[in-house]
Ligand binder design. Sequence first.
Ligand SMILES: C[S@@+](CC[C@H](N)C(=O)[O-])C[C@H]1O[C@@H](n2cnc3c(N)ncnc32)[C@H](O)[C@@H]1O
Length: 392
Amino acid sequence: MDSGFVHIIPSSRCHGKTENEKSYGEFDEERDSEYTFVSALSMNGGDGDNSYSTNSLLQRRVLAKAKPVLVKNTKELMIDLNFPNYIKVADLGCSSGQNTFLAMSEIINIINVFCQKWNQNPPEIDCCFNDLPNNDFNTTFKSIHLFKEKNLTSFESYFVSGVPGSFYSRLFPRKSLHFVHSSYGLHWLSKVPKGLEKNKTSVYITNSSPISTYKAYSNQFQRDFTTFLKLRSEEMISNGRMVLTFIGRNNMDNPLHRDCCHFWTLLSKSLRDLVIEGLVSASKVDSFYMPFYDPSEKEVKEIIGKEGSFEIKDLETHEYDIGHCNQDEAKRSKSGQNEANYIRAVCEPLLVAHFGDATIYTLFNKFAYHVSQHADCRNKTTVSLVLSLTRK
Ligand SMILES: C[S@@+](CC[C@H](N)C(=O)[O-])C[C@H]1O[C@@H](n2cnc3c(N)ncnc32)[C@H](O)[C@@H]1O
């Protein structure tokens, strides 16, 4: 890709506060006192053995499965906007490592091939990579050459910038964005909800949780996802598109139902093992909860309808494929270790902020063991939801 050129502008955006940002500011104060560890949310940086970069094959598979929706929506956007000469695209929750540039490269290539096909001039593309400030942006931008190599069809220029900040706050000027992509970020909440005290010994909703736990989590997701939609609706132009992929759960009558092999259920078991061995106190485990929610398709549709700024174009449910069913003993243990590596890469900073780093190695050995004991389970609750939306 010789003719394309890249400008890297790591930028912090400053702006006046909207209503939503005010509430985010209030949440900041709350977070400082009560849930400081949530501000540690980030994937393991770098490219070492425990990094997200090395352990994100699952998320790469998810991106591949969502590709048809991405292709369709990118093409439709170009037609709806009558082949504009400038397009601003944001990838929200880009993380660091091998996956970071995948979706953006697809978008650039789809646009350029599509323009060629329709005999149109390709647009200049503004590529904005967002994640939380703790994200390893250094690793991301050091591997910018991979991005250039992927953008084989780009005959015109594209421009790259980093946008550190929460997607639950305003990140871009009004009516500036044409396309928003986000994969596997939106199941992370802005904070741990209040009112989980009765949910003892589990870090998330489980079959034995009180119903108040489900309500607390689903209310928090409702608030966060509504905020996300409202803020993006301010930033996006009319007819702009969003493709969002995140973890969800199958519609079930019982909102507390999670499979016995659910990753947070197995993490809870592993933490309890540490309590039994005297490595961590019970009260420390009892006060740790994941800032995470896996909504059903129905919940997602309701929130989008109620918020009102977007129209749903596609909503697909894909199997959550961790890839370790029905294996022999050796393979079970290997896949247990693989899943432990995936989960460690996404939540080690959160765990370290609450428990310290002394027990992490032991914790994930326990976790790998518990996964291997569930190798025959077909995970039926967890799914990936792929959603495309048009700004009305
Ligand atoms: C599992 S990674 C997914 C990374 C990449 N999109 C992929 O598909 O491999 C989720 C990313 O979302 C980011 N994230 C979570 N909450 C966020 C927020 N409120 N604002 C911005 N990024 C967030 C995390 O820091 C993390 O890098």
